[in-house]
Design a protein around this ligand. Structure first.
Ligand SMILES: NC(=O)c1ccc[n+]([C@@H]2O[C@H](COP(=O)([O-])OP(=O)(O)OC[C@H]3O[C@@H](n4cnc5c(N)ncnc54)[C@H](OP(=O)(O)O)[C@@H]3O)[C@@H](O)[C@H]2O)c1
Length: 399
């Protein structure tokens, strides 16, 4: 942890930042070596405007990422994966809020966020480090989830801050590792940051997960089981075997009978994670143990939507009013009500990596697409009914 803190402390920006990099290449069997060739462009999937799948464009001519801050690293992307946020961002969802957070040094160099690279997950090799990076070195095998206000990972290289990066679990290939960072960190943010769960607090706790068969759900089930909670998973019948395999104690098929009727027959819960939103929220809230510290957390919030529709000031106002009224309403019924948001975190990934290497969390990969098939991966995600994750293989492991 200390070396991580050293790694993120910043010195004078102008002294420490680096210009366009000398490119390091991985040569088979000989590890990393530096080539003197100066790379200025790289291949990547970009969008030049918001819209449907037709706006995704493959280009060989995307600007090579540059280390602008001393705590940044350039990672050669071996594998990435798709998440609902990629499909949403492609359509322009969240653009107002994300543009406000974008760093003009990395994006918006020409006054616009385009060309924008999507993709949040990366598993790959550190190629170059900012001058203040102590915790990582070129050649390290790492994984990370890059926040949505930065350039993404459907590319040959990506730049990330060291506090977003972690050493890849040794037991996983890059393809496997790329399926986990964004969804496990979202599950972590919801369950640990919002609900206060931990390894110590999970035993004896009854947790309900609505939407357990997708990316976040499969990660949440495993994290909770690794920490000894009792997990009730809500999914379609054809995900039953997957849920059993991941260790769920009780499984509810929401397609055969109303969720409400099925919840009535069960004991109440200490925590509910809602990955679905809509009517499931009001319905599920009745099944928490009141006045016992029970917490409901949803990942489906109107935060970005409100800012898109109303602008930042009015959007934030509406969001604040909505959240405050829900928190108060449920507080008076003895329930904590929370919204959960993905939070990038290398240190949390370090802990998740240990659970992975201990065999407690494993990748749930439904499909692997080559880099050329990013649009097909988007189509698959948009069609719904995910069972775990779809991965994008950027480097063919056989080559
Ligand atoms: N707030 C944040 O920062 C944040 C971060 C990550 C994700 N999210 C949101 O969280 C949600 C889940 O993300 P994800 O990555 O897990 O999505 P995903 O991989 O697409 O999975 C969604 C899963 O939910 C299942 N499902 C659909 N309707 C259901 C219902 N009524 N009851 C139970 N299960 C249902 C789907 O399978 P079937 O349709 O076959 O049942 C699918 O397995 C998305 O809305 C995403 O946008 C928010």
């Amino acid at each position: 942890m200390l070396s991580r803190m050293n790694a993120v402390c910043r010195r004078s920006f102008s002294q420490l930042c680096r210009g366009p990099s000398v490119t390091a290449e991985v040569s088979k069997g000989r590890g990393i070596h530096l080539s003197c060739r100066r790379r200025t462009v790289m291949p990547a999937w970009v969008i030049g405007k918001y819209g449907g799948n037709e706006v995704l464009r493959f280009s060989d001519n995307v600007l090579f990422p540059i280390i602008h801050y001393p705590n940044e690293v350039i990672i050669k992307v071996h594998a990435a994966s798709v998440n609902p946020i990629d499909v949403n961002m492609r359509s322009g969802y969240g653009a107002k809020s994300l543009n406000m957070s974008r760093d003009p040094l990395h994006i918006k160099t020409a006054g616009s966020e385009f060309p924008l690279i999507l993709g949040r997950d990366v598993s790959g090799t550190v190629m170059e480090c900012g001058l203040n990076v102590k915790y990582f070195k070129p050649g390290d095998q790492v994984w990370a989830a890059v926040p949505p206000w930065k350039q993404g990972t459907f590319a040959e290289f990506v730049v990330a801050s060291v506090n977003e990066v972690s050493l890849k679990p040794k037991s996983l290939s890059h393809t496997e590792a790329a399926s986990l960072p964004y969804v496990t960190l979202t599950a972590w943010a919801a369950l640990v940051n919002s609900c206060g769960l931990s390894k110590e607090k999970c035993p004896g706790k009854r947790v309900l997960i609505i939407g357990s068969s997708g990316g976040v759900g499969t990660a949440a089930v495993q994290l909770l089981k690794a920490w000894g909670a009792h997990v009730t998973a809500v999914c379609s019948g054809n995900a039953f075997n997957l849920m059993k395999d991941l260790g769920a104690d009780d499984i509810i098929d929401y397609t055969v009978e109303s969720l409400q009727e099925q919840l009535k027959t069960r004991d109440q819960f200490d925590t509910i994670l809602d990955n679905i939103g809509g009517s499931s929220e009001e319905l599920a809230l009745q099944y928490l143990k009141p006045w016992s510290g029970a917490t409901f957390v949803t990942l489906v919030t109107p935060f970005l939507y409100n800012n898109d529709q109303l602008g930042i000031a009015d959007g934030m106002m509406r969001t604040g009013v909505t959240l405050a009224s829900k928190v108060m309403k449920h507080y008076y019924k003895g329930i904590h009500y929370r919204w959960g948001f993905f939070t990038p975190s290398g240190p949390s990934l370090d802990v998740i990596g240990e659970l992975v290497d201990a065999g407690k969390i494993r990748p749930t990969i439904e499909h692997v697409f080559p880099l050329s098939d990013v649009p097909q991966a988007f189509q698959k995600l948009e069609a719904g009914h995910a069972r775990g994750k779809s991965v994008i293989q950027v480097v063919d492991p056989k080559k």
